[in-house]
Design a protein around this ligand. Structure first.
Ligand SMILES: NCc1[nH]cc(CCC(=O)O)c1CC(=O)O
Length: 333
């Protein structure tokens, strides 16, 4: 006799061990549990090379996949069924047997200005000349150099808690830091957000995929892919696929000083995008609207935006950066 009751299936979710990574994984686990109450979702967490190396500047690493590679190996070997990442940290090219599933609703995708505790500044624009901005991101550094050339930029490394401690330390050199809103909001640190940054108030665009979660699965796992559709959010998925296609087309990696800002306007996807030279002196920027209603049209729209950026001079800026880092990689985010 066949058993008609479905077997209770257990899935193992892989994640990094940081507080934010675990919180994000909890969000996915909770959504899946609600959609599939009969299934069990276990969490397997692991420290990655990216977590363990906090002293070397990120831009000096040669591997692009510090945060993802080891977990992918576990998934390919079958020890975990899927991986929850910050989408921003997921390379645009995945191993051939892996793919991203539908994405859950995106958290606020903007960068934020976080002032050092006790200082009176309320916005990036009011900082006096010589103020020191903490960031290790080439994208943030380049955009700051362009819009706020009177400010200084200083590396600030570590997870979000560490960066806030470094910022607030009494003898710290920093006036402020630029961080992603999403990380602070998820960690319940919204009190630390002094100003949300966008194209209108500061000219600061965010990183491809910022604020979204990437659920990476084995390509062959169509069961899981179907399950994830139930927790996916189409507007987020299409916007993020388009952003990733743009980045992949421009650079084939995750280290371009590329900023984006995507929004849905009257059913169309509007994408603003900028590529800035690290010294802030050259800049290509575009705003394009696209009819995006499938993963394929999202990918195609990303290519369209990339072509528009190239037509505005992005290729020259990116070539120069490539020349300067033949042996080094630059940090994402
Ligand atoms: N580069 C690190 C990183 N990767 C993901 C986040 C959190 C925000 C997100 O999910 O985009 C952060 C921190 C930051 O940039 O401030």
């Amino acid at each position: 006799m066949a058993d008609s009751a479905p077997a209770k299936k257990t899935f193992t979710i892989g994640t990094r061990k940081s507080k934010l990574a675990l919180l994000q994984t909890d969000l996915v686990q909770a959504a899946l549990k609600e959609a599939y109450p009969d299934y069990e979702f276990k969490i397997f967490s692991k420290e990655t090379a990216g977590d363990l190396n906090t002293t070397i500047a990120l831009k000096d690493f040669t591997s692009k996949n510090l945060w993802t590679e080891e977990l992918e190996e576990l998934m390919i070997a079958g020890q975990v069924d899927f991986i929850v990442h910050s989408l921003k940290d997921v390379p645009t090219l995945l191993p051939a047997t892996c793919t991203l599933g539908p994405m859950m609703p995106r958290e606020d995708s903007r960068d934020v200005f976080v002032v050092k505790q006790g200082l009176p500044y309320k916005s990036l624009a009011e900082l006096p000349a010589g103020s020191v901005v903490g960031t290790s991101s080439i994208r943030r550094t380049a955009q700051l150099a362009r819009k706020y050339p009177h400010l200084k930029v200083l590396d600030i490394r570590g997870n979000i808690g560490t960066r806030l401690s470094k910022l607030d330390a009494e003898d710290s050199p920093y006036t402020c830091a630029i961080l992603a809103a999403a990380g602070l909001l998820r960690l319940d640190l919204q009190d630390r957000i002094t100003q949300y940054l966008d194209s209108k108030n500061s000219g600061m665009l965010y990183a491809v995929g910022q604020g979204a979660l990437g659920i990476e699965i084995r390509k062959a796992d169509t069961t899981l892919l179907d399950m994830l559709k139930k927790i996916g959010h189409q507007e987020t998925t299409f916007a993020c696929l388009a952003e990733r296609s743009l980045l992949r087309t421009l650079e084939g990696g995750c280290s371009a000083p590329l900023g984006v800002e995507s929004e849905w306007v009257a059913g169309k996807l509007r994408m603003r995008s900028v590529v800035v030279s690290v010294d802030g002196k050259q800049c290509a920027q575009v705003e394009v609207d696209g009819q995006v209603d499938s993963p394929e049209s999202a990918e195609a729209f990303g290519v369209t935006v990339a072509k528009a950026l190239v037509a505005d001079g992005a290729d020259k800026i990116l070539e120069e950066i490539q020349q300067n880092k033949l042996t080094k990689e630059s940090v994402a985010s």
